[in-house]
Design a protein around this ligand. Structure first.
Ligand code: SF4
Ligand code: SF4
Length: 110
């Protein structure tokens, strides 16, 4: 029978294995993205939920949020926020792409 300590040890091993696997996947994903001075981030506004994560990670103040009417017949919300990238200050660092929970940001040629 599996005891509490065994279970905790198995759980810790499994957590470690999953963390290593996810870090490797993230590194691979990051390496595939274009970036640097020839690239600039772009927000697909139809996917943006205005969560503010990208503005938090952007060290270059290259993202701003703006208000837009909410296009929903079932929710009564006056404004919805969307993110937009300011091309000039964007350094192409890709951090916002990795931070966005809805994959709303892509890197495009500058
Ligand atoms: S790529 Fe970097 S600098 Fe450009 S908007 Fe995203 S986080 Fe900011
Ligand atoms: S992190 Fe993504 S979803 Fe959130 S505000 Fe930025 S672009 Fe929009």
């Amino acid at each position: 029978m599996t005891g509490g300590l065994d279970l905790a040890a198995r759980r810790a091993r499994e957590q470690k294995r999953i963390r290593i696997m996810m870090n490797a996947m993230r590194a691979e994903e990051r390496a595939k993205l274009k970036g640097g001075e020839d690239a600039v981030a772009w927000v697909k506004d139809e996917l943006c939920i205005g969560c503010d994560q990208c503005t938090i990670v952007c060290d270059d103040d290259a993202i701003e949020l703006y208000d837009t009417p909410l296009a929903s017949p079932i929710m009564d919300v006056d404004v919805n926020r969307k993110a937009r990238v300011l091309r000039d200050p964007c350094t192409g660092c890709k951090l916002c792409v990795l931070a966005c929970p809805t994959d709303a940001i892509i890197m495009i040629d500058r």
